[in-house]
Design a protein around this ligand. Structure first.
Ligand code: FES
Ligand code: FES
Length: 169
């Protein structure tokens, strides 16, 4: 089978591969590079589990041919933590109970990351819009919204209210 050269940067590291024309970005990430944090749910662009950032924009890796993103900068869930510290979104998902089985979580976090880069203080409607088409089969949507708010500037009033609420108990 004919193979083509692919050069991409993944989580800051340059990668050179030889792949067939039909290989998807999801296959390259999971099978060639061993980055299994990106999940395959439906495999047909519907569930959002495979979302990664391509040059900062969310993309469904299962529907993206790897050769289409030649020369691009790809960020996966593995690329978010820095110096052993979780990204604030990852931290918020853990501490707000937004992770159940965890299968949808990488895609949810990558889409939320793109949202917060563009709009650091989104409304609830903005968050819902950004996460539309991301399915959580454990149905923990309320806590996922809560976690994205907590990681953004839009949760300030709630955070400020919490100590007072605790003091009243
Ligand atoms: S696995 Fe890509 S959208 Fe479902
Ligand atoms: S946490 Fe299980 S699918 Fe969302």
């Amino acid at each position: 089978m004919k193979k083509y050269l692919l050069n991409i940067t993944v989580n800051g590291r340059e990668e050179d591969l030889e792949i067939p024309a039909h290989r998807t970005l999801l296959e390259v990430l999971r099978e060639d590079l061993g980055l299994t944090g990106t999940k395959e749910g439906c495999g047909e662009g519907v569930c959002g589990a495979c979302t990664v950032l391509v040059d900062g924009k969310p993309a469904r890796a299962c529907l993206t041919l790897a050769l289409e993103v030649e020369g691009s900068d790809i960020t996966t869930i593995e690329g978010l933590s820095k110096d052993g510290q979780l990204d604030p979104l990852q931290d918020a998902f853990v501490h707000r109970g937004a992770v159940q089985c965890g299968f949808c979580t990488p895609g949810m976090i990558m889409a939320s990351k793109a949202l917060l880069e563009e709009n650091p203080c989104p409304s609830e409607e903005d968050i819902k819009y950004a996460l539309a088409g991301h399915f959580c089969r454990c149905t923990g949507y309320a806590k996922i919204l809560d976690a994205v708010k907590a990681a953004s500037g839009s949760d300030g009033a709630k955070r400020d209210a919490e100590p007072a609420e605790r003091a009243q108990r």
